[in-house]
Design a protein around this ligand. Structure first.
Ligand SMILES: [Zn+2]
Length: 157
């Protein structure tokens, strides 16, 4: 019976994150969700601006900040080439590669990322929490380097 229902998963996500649903917000989220490129606000503005004439870059920034505050989107601060932030609609913990030449950011396949994170010494993390009075909620690891030869995607092996 739901075959002809419009795809409203974005409305559902917004409401689960207490986000007001507007046409602009939906378009920005849809564009972010559709890519694995970890776009900057400028990238998204270029993409979505064509669809929604009159939308400002400030709207894109403010919307992305609202997404991040609500936990819907992950922010990768300073990952863009000119130090701008990149954004990621994949909320699960995962590791990133960043190319220091092109600024490109790619996801590390989950199994490999997990293998690395599993071996982080718990004692050191606990000690950091105690010494600095800080509760660690999430660990982000960024592997910085350069791609050798043609870009390989996570699905190739
Ligand atoms: Zn990512």
């Amino acid at each position: 019976m739901f075959d002809h229902e419009p795809d409203n998963h974005i409305e559902v996500l917004f409401s689960a994150h207490n986000l007001r649903c507007t046409r602009q917000r939906k378009a920005i989220y849809a564009a972010l969700e559709a890519t694995r490129e970890h776009p900057t606000a400028d990238d998204l503005f270029r993409d979505v601006g064509r669809e929604i004439p009159g939308m400002s870059l400030a709207t894109v920034y403010n919307t992305l900040e609202a997404f991040c505050r609500s936990g819907l989107v992950q922010k990768l601060p300073g990952a863009g080439l000119n130090g701008s932030a990149r954004y990621d609609a994949v909320r699960d913990d995962h590791l990133h590669l960043r190319c220091r030449h092109s600024g490109a950011v790619a996801d590390v396949p989950e199994s490999l990322g997990d293998a690395l994170l599993r071996h982080l010494p718990r004692e050191a993390l606990t000690e950091i929490e105690h010494k600095l009075g800080f509760r660690i909620e999430q660990i982000q690891v960024e592997l910085v380097g350069e791609f050798e030869g043609p870009r390989r995607s996570a699905s190739d092996s």
